[in-house]
Design a protein around this ligand. Structure first.
Ligand SMILES: [Fe+2]
Ligand SMILES: [Fe+2]
Length: 188
């Protein structure tokens, strides 16, 4: 159990991260804030649990952490492991139903591209570029192992919303709209 003060500190930190780095595009055509909000909205529209909406909202927070750690410069020539960075960062305040789909959203892309051959072609250019760096298609063993993961469904759902949440010039509210939900799902 963590104190309410630590929970609020984390939520303040998230607000600041999105305020400071959310306008960056990070190898996509839309800003990280717009991407996060569209992803959360798609989860909400699909009647996802609050925890899964939070996962959708925060799935790329690792990108913001990387921008913070590199003075706004990102290196797209190697795998950034942003999924682990984000999940580890959030794990002090959010449980596995939030952090695991985040940790697995890159694996879920590899899964979807392996199982559905047309999926890769429909990815954004940035996502296609990172796909090879992240390992490309899964082997048969990786596919079998991933599909047995207890967070498999949530991870695939987050990934599907992630890939749809890249529509330019659509405003989907603001990060502050989700603060009450984040407070609800912060670990009690
Ligand atoms: Fe991502
Ligand atoms: Fe994303």
């Amino acid at each position: 159990m963590i104190s309410e003060e630590s929970q609020l500190q984390m939520i303040d930190e998230l607000i600041k991260l999105f305020e400071t780095y959310g306008s960056e595009k990070y190898d996509e055509n839309i800003s990280q804030t717009e991407h996060a909000l569209q992803c959360a909205l798609l989860a909400h529209q699909a009647h996802a649990t609050d925890e899964l909406v939070a996962a959708a909202l925060l799935h790329d927070v690792g990108h913001l952490l990387q921008l913070q750690g590199s003075n706004g410069n990102a290196d797209f020539s190697q795998d950034d492991f942003h999924e682990n960075l984000g999940a580890n960062f959030l794990s002090s305040t959010f449980g596995p139903n939030v952090t695991q789909p985040i940790a697995l959203h890159v694996q879920a892309k590899r899964y979807l591209c392996s199982v559905f051959p047309s999926y890769e072609a429909e990815l954004s250019e940035g996502s296609q570029r990172s796909f090879q760096l992240q390992g490309g298609p899964m082997s048969a063993n990786e596919l079998a192992e991933f599909s047995q993961n207890e967070n498999f469904d949530d991870a695939v759902n987050v990934r599907t919303w992630d890939d749809l949440a890249k529509i330019e010039n659509i405003i989907s509210g603001q990060f502050a709209d989700f603060v009450p939900l984040l407070k609800r799902v912060a670990t009690q």
